[in-house]
Ligand binder design. Structure first.
Ligand SMILES: [Zn+2]
Length: 89
């Protein structure tokens, strides 16, 4: 990934507004090989570490659809970020 790239999850959270929490019910990100790619080439992408933290901050309790063993599964965002850093504010 290019250093200036921005993940879709971060863009979605920014579009929803960053001032309120509990805005995310369920989120899924997918990747496609491009316009020439076949629909079966679309894959669920697990959120990166930064997005996991953003999602847990702005959507505590939210569900995230990830891929396990080639199948989409719904998990709670907290399960993707064990021992999360807490600033204490
Ligand atoms: Zn990300």
């Amino acid at each position: 990934m290019a250093r200036i790239a921005l993940c879709a999850e971060a863009v979605a959270i920014g579009e929803m507004g960053s001032r309120s929490r509990d805005m995310v019910d369920t989120i899924v990100a997918v990747i496609s090989p491009g316009e020439d790619g076949a629909p079966q080439d679309v894959h669920v992408v697990s959120p990166c570490g930064m997005c996991r933290e953003l999602l847990s901050d702005y959507g505590p309790g939210a569900s995230v659809i990830i891929e396990r063993d080639g199948r989409p599964v719904r998990v709670k965002v907290e399960s993707l970020l064990p021992d999360k850093f807490e600033s204490g504010d």
